[in-house]
Write a protein that binds this ligand. Sequence first.
Ligand code: NAI
Ligand code: ISE
Length: 336
Amino acid sequence: MTLNIGVIGCGMIGRDHTRRIQQVLAGAQVVALSDVNAANAESVRQDLAPNARLYDTGEALIAAPEVQAVLVTSWGATHEPYVLAAIAAGKPVFCEKPLATTAAGARRIVDAEVAFGKRLVQVGFMRRYDAGYVALKAAVEQHTGTPILVHAAHRNPAVPEAYVTPMAIHDTLIHEIDVFRWLLNDDYVSARVLYPRNAARSHSKLRDPQVVVLETKKGVLIDVEIFVNCAYGYDIQCEVVGEDGTARLPEPMSIAMRLDAKRQSRILTDWKDRFVASYDVELQDFIGAAAQGRATGPSAWDGYAAAVTSDACVQAQESAGAAVAIELPARPSLYA
Ligand code: NAI
Ligand code: ISE
């Protein structure tokens, strides 16, 4: 069977996901596209999905009879209404992060899915599918003993001018927020944010870098440096310190060279390349489950937990280093 997918939001990642569905993955095709900027949808149609039909609105695409599953890859603030419409239509939906830009919005999605009675939503937390994180989780569970500390860094070479202080949380740290809940099988109890002096490449509306300190229920302390104007590359670092040893996220494969009296190897510069394989695996997972009318992988509950945590982190950004409490209500049995 070939699953017919409709894509809402044909920018950078909408185009990239369309490419992988059309050219890399098995069992699905893109049959519908929509974007508030119609030129973007038309450009993706021409380049990657010539048989896809264009829809004026995401709502019309979701309602279209030929669309069996939906990809939401528009701007974060627009995700919630599309995901709710897909649930109402009973169609599996893959939603890029963030599930919603507020915890209240993500909760409305959880409530709608629980009322529907079956999982339909997968959130685009692709790091759970990354071979490096999967190996790190196995090492932590089998070898290094109970975790005590995590040291992490999320560095981008540069960001657009419109990227401002809270986006370091909603847009960037959100990946760590999700992946550490999964890696440690734990939830957060508090967040703090500390700032050094602003980096010279930043601007007045962006505190950069920032250090976020998360504490978990099991007492693990996680420090994450977010530095989105680091200039030198796209660099994701993570080390877990356990009772018996430490485990570190592997570096992406890179040829070691000896040149000009130096030892050197390249560092990636684009997030699209760093997690290219995990995007493939996550979407293949989505296709497999959606073909059976259900969803798997990171759930709406995970999206909600991430949104609750990011709301607390944004509050902590404005709390002069003070800890902000994080509380999650009881998890509905649908997500057990
Ligand atoms: P982008 O700005 O390149 O593309 C977004 C597209 O959505 C644009 O074509 C825009 O016209 C369209 N759009 C905006 N509002 C819309 C609406 N109401 N209905 C239909 N289309 C609409 O942005 P990008 O980088 O592709 O990001 C899209 C989403 O994907 C964001 O939520 C972002 O956080 C997420 N993302 C996830 C990544 C990951 O590593 N998992 C990486 C990059 C982005
Ligand atoms: C972007 O939206 C992503 O999701 C990337 O994975 C992340 O590294 C980057 O900081 C975000 O802006």
